[in-house]
Design a protein around this ligand. Sequence first.
Ligand code: GTP
Ligand code: SPV
Ligand code: MN
Length: 622
Amino acid sequence: MTLLETPRIHSAHEATAASSAPGGYDGRAIPADVAAWVSDIAELAQPAEIHWCDGSTRERHELLQQLVAAGTIEQLNPELRPYSFVARSHEGDVARLESRTFICSQDEADAGPTNNWREPVAMRAELTAVFRGTMRGRTMYVVPFSMGPIGSPMAKMGVQVTDSPYVVVSMGTMTRMGSAALDAIAAGADWVPAVHSVGAPLAPGEHDVAWPCNDAKYVAHFPETREIWSFGSAYGGNAILAKKAFALRIASVQARDEGWLAEHMLLIKVTAPSGKAYHLAAAFPSACGKTNLAMLTPSIPGWSVETIGDDIAWLRIGADGRLRAINPEAGFFGVAPGTSATTNPTAIDTLWGNTIFTNVATTDDGDVWWEGLTPTPPAHLTDWRGRSWTPGSGTRAAHPNSRFTVSARQCPSIASTWEDPEGVVVDAIVFGGRRASNVPLVVEARDWDHGVFMGATIASEQTAAAEGTVGELRRDPFAMLPFCGYNMGDYFAHWLDFGRRLRRSARVPRVFQVNWFRKGADGSFLWPGFGDNARVLQWMVERLEGTASADESPLGCVPAADGLNLDGLDLDDDRVRELFAVDPAALRVEVDDIERFFATFGERLPAELPRQFELLRARLDD
Ligand code: GTP
Ligand code: SPV
Ligand code: MN
């Protein structure tokens, strides 16, 4: 391979020689293995320059200025939305691409039936070809990051290289990014390498586009060597590789090997009127309500909910034998549409400033708008594509997967313990999905193994978070379908085994299943949702405390009559009945679907799941 130009490895310290900004690099601080890897990638991708990110606010400021100059982002009106920006992506780069997400394990069976497997040697050859020269004319940023508070025994390090400054600023919000992470690596921490390019090399003098990307896209994972290679997209989980690629796909493999869990879960602290606090971890598929539950403002007096995380949780059995969890992220990459002062006032407060919005609409006075922000849209907007938009045009002003990127520190409901290096004690685990029919508002599992069956059989209507047909029902076990880095059958076995280990410890968390999205015959949601979901949290807490009674249903335990606090809610008895209705005939169709789904795992399906399945079938036939 011939190099057009030998990349010059310079330090942030050098780059900002006039400043005495702390955290700059002085050659010595760069671990040799990181330097060697960076230089290998540079040789392949041939960037014009290399920039080692120190994570300083000055560096962030300079990158934002540069992104404005390049037209990638536009600054919003500082009086309405201080120090905030809107990005408009390429129209073909708006969501995660599951069909281009690959698990490249040596053995196809280790990727399992739910993943796209690619033979690793062939994939390496393919990736080498697409990455050759792909950063020409661009700067390659080296982005060291920590998932979890630096110094936490549960934290893990990574280094991403990327030629997208938009991705760098996103990583700066979503992770603990910069020299402190590199120092932890220099001190001996393991790190996961992640290579990212938008796949749009620039010829000398060529004018850049606002959102460079490539029609060919890859998000490839090598679980055995713990590597990530992503090409062609700058959007969300395709490009912010610390998030889904590392903290879920690679981390799930690490978790299997090391005896912990890496999950697509929010984490909250719920405090009852008695002052007693409980922690819940809840897994819902993409765009199914994690951020909203994480920031919930209870509609019932005396209860409070504090936020620890809104998308990913890492759970392990602590030294005290309790189940403990951290949020490995440092920010929120949240769904904009539907977020309003009524549905999620905490998110609205969080987004007051210092926020990057992507693919939302903008108002004529330089603020943001999306469907659901206000009951009626402003008379004129610029839509997510950058075109003039008026109500009644028949198009959406904001893209359905438009998002905000904001620091967790700005969230008024953030718990004081959210960065506790030991994690918080988890009292209950919740599984949910978006189900118009069949699935009741809330059900409690009979025990851990039944809870694993609930998690394994989650189905949900597809949302705009990934490509595909919105509304189509699919199995999304543990809300991890797009995020489990290994054979999902082995993952189920790992959960069952984790339960056996928990049973030997002090206390096994309770497991629940919820569905905020059941619809009535008229097609509207039966349950008001959002702040009223606190009523369901109350029932869960009372189950934990042993004060709420439950009735048996074929699916598990449901609130007894009057068990759910519906005070002040205008919900007639018929609706409540519909919310909890169990229709054996419809569920038998569902059971057949589960059977077909389980069959795809062959001998990798742990025996406990068919056993749970037969129990369910028998209960439905009773
Ligand atoms: P990812 O970031 O993709 O993982 O999504 P998420 O699970 O965090 O979903 P989020 O909380 O952002 O919600 C997605 C959409 O569902 C938004 O449009 C919300 O307004 C809507 N939503 C959330 N909670 C509820 C609820 O209780 N009821 C109803 N009807 N809609 C809800
Ligand atoms: C999801 O799709 O579950 C997300 C958004 O949280 S992304 O980071 O793009 O994966
Ligand atoms: Mn998510």
